[in-house]
Design a protein around this ligand. Structure first.
Ligand code: A3P
Length: 325
């Protein structure tokens, strides 16, 4: 095309054929194993090499890190609404007409393949809100040591598996047979799923949060379901924008929680019928990010044997870490 190829892209093309290959869940291409994690080549491997080699972090950046299907969309909305609460009216709120993914984009969406496409990252006003699915160990040292903050969300692995399985089948090309639950279960247990192994992803951020509680806030989907307003207040304190007494009196945290609830967001026209362009080659209907929004739905899908096996795996993998599900 005449474009000057960027160094990271050359590296990507060199590395790709050398990596171990695993079965894909939702798109026709295979997953590859890079630095211990399973990534989709085009969407994730390319982006992580770009982040490792080219991304310039700012100390004011706020990152939301998550494994897919753990509550990313919900937390994007909650953080966005918390950060912008003084200049967004609840009756005309951006989240009423824009998907949480539009309000709070993925860092990996900014990867650009030539010097001729300028990254929109530089145009974002601080604090930049950026989401990522990458595990902690794949992030460049600049992101670890900079003053930027991280919020991580995780979820009971059984619900993550079921949510991922149903999501993947919606996105699978029609010419491929649907992925069976048994197959999804086996792949998930082997760690072969997008950004997997799940347990390694969670443990990386968990240990980091224990060492650096002022740098990274570690959250669970289940705690958010139990008391979302309490989590929103912790979130605000962590980000240095705590709720004032006046805001407490007006119930602003509760209002944010209501705006971002599953019922509220999933019933908005934008999230029911519109699409969002994550990248030039990735356009998705917003409604696939809203399914049931409940804890424990996996018991309606998994067999008892699957549940026992996953619970045992989780206990073994997390043993001694202080983290449980
Ligand atoms: P289920 O498939 O169990 O319903 P992610 O945003 O990381 O892709 O995660 C998607 C999961 O979060 C889906 O789980 C989805 O229904 C749920 N979800 C989306 N918005 C939510 C909200 N506002 N409150 C609670 N859960 C939500």
């Amino acid at each position: 095309s005449g474009a000057i190829e960027m160094a990271y892209y050359k590296k990507y093309r060199e590395i790709l054929p050398t990596l171990p290959v695993g079965k894909a869940w939702m798109i026709a291409e295979h997953l590859v194993q890079y630095q211990g994690f399973w990534l989709s080549p085009n969407l994730a491997l390319k982006a992580v090499i770009w982040i490792q080699d080219e991304f310039k972090v700012q100390p004011t950046d706020i990152f939301l890190a998550s494994f897919p299907k753990t509550g990313t969309t919900w937390l994007k909305a909650l953080i966005f609404a918390t950060i912008n609460r003084t200049h967004c009216d609840f009756s005309t709120h951006p989240l009423l007409t824009r998907s949480p993914h539009e309000c709070f984009p993925f860092l990996e969406a900014y990867v650009h393949e030539s010097h001729e496409t300028i990254s929109g990252l530089d145009a974002l006003p601080p604090p930049r809100l950026l989401a990522t699915h990458f595990p902690h160990t794949l992030l460049p040292n600049s992101m670890i040591t900079s003053g930027c903050k991280f919020i991580y969300i995780c979820r009971d692995p059984k619900d993550v598996l079921v949510s991922t399985w149903l999501f993947s089948n919606k996105l699978r090309p029609k010419e491929l047979p649907p992925l069976s639950l048994q197959e999804a279960f086996e792949l998930f247990c082997q760690g072969i799923s997008h950004f997997g192994p799940y347990w390694d992803h969670v443990l990386g951020y968990w240990k980091w949060s224990l060492e650096n509680p002022e740098k990274i806030l570690f959250l669970k989907y289940e705690d958010l379901k139990k008391d979302p307003s309490a989590v929103v207040k912790r979130l605000a304190e962590f980000l240095g924008v705590h709720f004032s007494l006046e805001e407490e009196g007006k119930g602003v945290a509760q209002e944010i929680t209501r705006l971002c609830s599953f019922e509220s967001l999933s019933n908005l026209e934008v999230n029911k019928t519109k699409t969002y362009k994550f990248k030039s080659d990735l356009v998705l209907y917003n409604n696939i990010f809203f399914r049931k929004g409940q804890t424990g739905d996996s018991k309606n899908h998994l067999t008892n044997e699957m549940i026992q096996h996953l619970d045992k795996t989780t206990q073994e993998k997390l043993a001694g870490s202080g983290l449980t599900f």
